[in-house]
Design a protein around this ligand. Structure first.
Ligand SMILES: [Zn+2]
Length: 250
């Protein structure tokens, strides 16, 4: 079945948003994890962390379902949120997570690695991410991925992992699901609502534009782009991010 382009996606009947059973609270950290189906095989999980300066900050990751199992791309901010994501895949989707991949060593992507590891799910991240995780006070994944900049793609089931080099961070990976023409850009891709590049503390702003160029070259067929924070949209998010990068560098 061919899914409609993204502009129709969010009004279509199959696009379901559900929430986990976590208790409601005023605290952003207690906002239930949200799940939204983006394509035939891909669900987005969104969890929140409260920052004094910004209020509740959402962060996205994916669940890519295939057969009786699914692959997790990125955890929630916390172990509790990640437990809710893993429970949901097992109990609601009925396709439990068997492998998890993390796209860089920041709290919004690897804050729940511990919850994943405690369930004996295989965990993977770039060797550099695992080193940085330790330096950043995060749990590393159990297994190292080795990818050279702009070269190989690591194919895991429906997911192709690609390392375009430094952008939002020096270790950011992207994930592509060819059958659904869906690109998960993670934090190296900004949402349409973003006016700036976000947290550039660990960024490689001088390579960011090139990194997006490499992603476009490697995955020319893209209908849906999922940013690390905010709403998914179409491939225009890649160009939009390049504009923000140029503005930042100038
Ligand atoms: Zn980050």
């Amino acid at each position: 079945m061919k899914f409609p382009p993204i502009r129709f996606l969010f009004t279509a009947a199959f696009c379901v948003t559900t929430a986990s059973q976590a208790p409601a609270s005023d605290s952003a950290d207690m906002i239930p994890v949200e799940f939204k189906q983006l394509s035939e095989s891909v669900w987005m999980h969104t969890s929140y962390k409260h920052y004094e300066k910004f209020g509740p900050v959402p962060a996205n990751g994916l669940i890519v379902a295939e057969g009786t199992q699914s692959i997790l791309i990125d955890s929630g901010w916390t172990d509790a949120q990640t437990d809710a994501i893993l429970d949901w895949a097992r109990d609601d989707l009925k396709q439990p997570v068997t492998r998890a991949y993390f796209t860089h060593a920041h709290l919004d992507k690897m804050g729940g690695v511990g919850a994943v590891k405690s369930r004996d799910i295989e965990t993977y991240a770039l060797e550099l991410s695992n080193e940085l995780a330790l330096a950043n006070g995060l749990q590393p994944a159990e297994n190292d991925i080795h990818l050279s900049v702009g070269q190989d793609v690591l194919s895991v089931g429906l997911v192709d992992l690609f390392f375009p080099g430094g952008a939002h961070s020096h270790d950011n990976l992207v994930a592509y699901v060819a059958k659904d023409s869906l690109l998960y850009g993670g934090c190296m891709v900004r949402s349409a609502a973003s006016k700036r590049l976000g947290n550039t503390q660990d960024a490689d702003v001088l390579h960011w534009d090139t990194a997006i160029g490499l992603v476009k070259q490697r995955f020319p067929q893209v209908d849906i782009v999922v940013p690390g924070h905010g709403a998914p949209a179409g491939p225009e998010l890649l160009e939009r991010t390049q504009v923000l990068v140029k503005r930042h560098v100038d």
